[in-house]
Structure formats: structure tokens, C-alpha cells
Design a protein around this ligand. Structure first.
Ligand SMILES: *Cc1c(COP(=O)(O)O)cnc(C)c1O
Length: 403
């Protein structure tokens, strides 16, 4: 079969652009270039302007930008007052930063398994994992689906824990009427290029707590304080500031976020319907309290027994051949990464008896190995017809293996 005939048989022929931008975004950046005011301190006020816009968008009092969505998590943890050896509860099914920043704060990540129906951290397991050393929880609104925040906040209140939402997938998501990132004590977002709002790199923390805000603001700006002199440093911070270019681009891109989020949410719900009767393909549960799902990833659970035992990775490779922007996701849960297995970290505060080779979270293991299939967020910006084409591609692969 030659390339053209294979191409013409693809179920999905459209390509999905990301990032989405036009002249208004280009002008925002070139205006900064022409001004010659590129950096920080916030010479043109564009950083503060964006921070105010993002805080207003989320409905939070404060927002502080920083270099990326890993630093934002770490600064929020430090500002929350964690001490060496404190335990921080994290899910194992997430990007490494959720757990690695805990070690960078000299604290111990404690992995708590995910709920098989949502792939978000399981509140029942959180309660079981709490010890006298537990200090914080970092729930991840994975793929943009809200965690069970009412239960997480109730557990946190009972045990006096800080909750830092990792909302790197969840810009614009809503749980029970509230924007994700604003329900816990602080919420962290990433603006890395794959994320639903991006400026190439970047991050932000939102909070309603003035003390947290002041401390994070200082930490990202080499420990400077409001009203202090330029060479006056109160805390052990670093330079984690963003540039005027990033701030200008983010302000421009933010104007699109609401409409893009509505599109993804509508498409995700539609694709859920289209797939509901396909055997061996189970969309994740979308609870009623998830008012807006941002579908940074559209996920479903694959069951190879309905595909004649075709391994997940082969199935995903076939979907990609059919033109679906799909991924098999993480190869294994985070604790299986060499860095944790071998404890390859320069951190002397992690107790000797912490041994990640003994950790086993069966739901996350299964998700990584055989179940979880992702369709990437930019594809969810397509049309209803595109969603139908994704469903047809899945059907085609299934018919092929079963015939
Ligand atoms: C992307 C991501 C981060 C980190 O963001 P960076 O900006 O890449 O540092 C943290 N948590 C999750 C869940 C992410 O997906």
C-alpha cells in the first residue's frame, strides 16, 4: 500500500493546531520587543496586569506568576511552612513535578492511589495514609477533572493540613461553582507549552491567603519584601520571575481560554456519549459536581479483552495511524521512576526507612500498564464531527482486530 492510499483511508484527516494564536498575540509580543522593556522588575507592569486578570478569572484574591508550574508548587509548599521530614500526600498518576517538588522541599512524598473511576486521588485512601507527620495534600485535578474537593478539604481540616491544588491541567475548570485552584489553600498552574493556557513556559499560584501570597511573592523574587530595598533579602528565595513577553502573551491568550474551555468540555461530554456503548472502551466517570471539565486530556479505560488481547500500546499506535492525537500516557506510576526507586536525590531529610520499592498502588499500575488512553487537549478543540471521527477510528480498529 502506498502512502497516499493509506492516507486516504485514515479516519481522521484533519490536523489540530496548537497553540492557537493570531496577529493580536503576535502584536502583544512585538509591542514588548519594541518597547525595550523586556524584563523584571515588572518594568511595564504587564506581569502584575496579567496576575490581576488571572486572579479575577479564577475568582481568587491573589495570583503570583513564576518560572513554571513546578516552581509554583514548590513555592506554595515552602510558603505553607513545611519542615524537613514532613509528609506530603500526592497521587502516583501525574507528572513527576507533583512529587519531586516535595523532595526539593526536604519532605517525603507519600503516594496515595487513585480512584479507578476518575483517576483522581482517592479520598478513602488519603484518610488511611495520614500520620502525625503529614503536613499537606497535593490533589491533582487530573486531565482537568475536579477532585472530590469537599471530602479532601474535610480531611485536611480535621488533621490541620494544607491543601495545594495542582491545577496544571485545569485552567478554567469548575467544581460546584468554584474555579479549580481556588478551593484549597493555594492552587498551582503551569503555562508550559502543552497546557491549556500557555506562554511556552511559566507558572502561577492563586490564593486567598494574604500571608501565603506575600511569602510566595517574596520567594520568587530573591527574598525581597514589599517596601524593602533592592538589595535587601528576607527569605531564601531565588529569581523565578517571568518576563514581560510571557505576561503580554498570557494576557492575550487568556482572552481565548473561556471559549476554548467550553468547546473542550462540550466535545468531551459528546465523545463520552459516543463511546458509551463501545465494548472495551469506558470513558472516565464525570461526576455531577464537575461543572466544567477542561479536558486537558480526554481519557478512557481500554480493556484489551474486547480487542482480542491487543496490548494498549499497539491499540494507541493504531489510533495514531488513524490520525487520532492519542497517547498511552505514563509508562508506570511515579514511584516506579528510577529517581524514587534508587532514591537518587540529594536530600538528607528523607528518613532511611522510606523505601519506594515497597510502594504499590494497584489502580495506578493498571492505568499505566493496560487501561489509560489519552486524547490530547488540542484535538478536543475540534468540532462535533471530529469527535465522531475519533469514535469511528476506535470502532474501525476494533472491527479489524475482531474480524
Ligand atoms: C505540567 C505539569 C506540572 C509542571 O509544570 P511545568 O510548568 O512543566 O513545570 C505539574 N503538575 C502537573 C500535573 C503537570 O502536568
Amino acid at each position: 500500500m502506498n502512502a497516499t492510499s493509506k492516507e486516504s483511508q485514515k479516519m481522521v484527516t484533519k490536523t489540530f493546531a496548537w497553540p492557537v494564536f493570531d496577529e493580536s498575540d503576535v502584536n502583544a509580543v512585538t509591542d514588548v520587543a519594541r518597547s525595550g522593556a523586556w524584563g523584571n522588575p515588572d518594568c511595564s507592569g504587564l506581569v502584575e496586569k496579567f496576575e490581576k486578570e488571572f486572579a479575577a478569572f479564577c475568582g481568587s484574591k491573589y495570583a503570583v506568576t513564576c518560572a513554571n508550574g513546578s516552581v509554583s508548587l514548590r513555592l506554595a509548599l515552602i510558603a505553607a511552612g513545611v519542615r524537613p521530614g514532613d509528609e506530603v500526600i500526592v497521587p502516583p498518576y501525574t507528572f513527576i513535578a507533583t512529587a519531586s517538588v516535595v523532595i526539593e522541599c526536604n519532605c517525603v512524598p507519600v503516594f496515595v492511589d487513585i480512584d479507578p473511576n476518575t483517576y483522581n486521588i482517592d479520598p478513602d485512601r488519603i484518610a488511611e495514609a495520614i500520620t502525625p507527620r503529614t503536613k499537606a495534600i497535593i490533589p491533582v485535578h487530573f486531565a482537568g477533572l475536579s477532585c472530590d474537593m469537599d471530602r479532601i478539604m474535610a480531611i485536611a481540616e480535621k488533621h490541620n493540613l494544607t491543601v495545594i491544588e495542582d491545577a496544571a491541567h485545569a485552567h478554567g475548570g469548575i467544581y460546584k461553582g468554584k474555579r479549580l485552584g481556588t478551593i484549597g489553600h493555594a492552587g498551582s498552574f503551569s503555562f508550559q507549552s502543552s497546557k491549556n493556557l500557555n506562554s511556552g513556559e511559566g507558572g502561577i499560584v492563586v490564593t486567598n491567603d494574604e500571608k501565603l501570597y506575600d511569602r510566595i511573592n517574596s520567594l520568587r523574587n530573591v527574598g525581597r519584601v514589599k517596601g524593602g530595598m533592592w538589595y535587601e533579602h528576607h527569605f531564601l528565595g531565588c529569581n523565578y520571575r517571568i518576563t514581560q513577553f510571557q505576561a503580554a502573551l498570557l494576557s492575550s491568550q487568556l482572552k481565548r481560554l473561556e471559549a476554548q474551555t467550553t468547546t473542550r468540555d462540550g466535545n468531551g461530554r459528546y465523545l463520552n456519549q459516543l463511546l458509551q456503548d463501545v465494548k472495551g472502551v469506558t470513558p472516565l466517570l464525570l461526576p455531577d459536581d464537575a461543572d466544567v471539565h477542561t479536558f486537558h486530556l480526554y481519557m478512557f479505560r481500554y480493556d484489551e479483552s474486547h480487542f482480542k488481547g491487543m496490548p494498549k500500546r499497539d491499540f494507541v499506535a493504531r489510533l495514531i495511524e488513524e490520525g487520532v492525537p492519542a497517547s498511552a500516557g505514563y509508562p508506570y506510576p511515579l514511584y516506579k521512576q528510577t529517581v524514587f526507586q534508587e532514591k537518587n536525590f540529594m536530600c538528607y531529610a528523607i528518613p532511611e526507612d522510606v523505601d519506594y520499592t515497597k510502594v504499590f498502588c494497584p489502580v495506578a499500575e493498571r492505568a499505566c500498564a493496560t487501561e489509560a488512553v489519552w486524547i490530547l487537549q488540542h484535538a478536543m478543540l475540534g468540532t462535533r464531527e471530529d469527535m465522531e471521527a475519533f469514535a469511528r477510528a476506535i470502532g474501525k480498529v476494533q472491527r479489524e482486530v475482531l474480524q
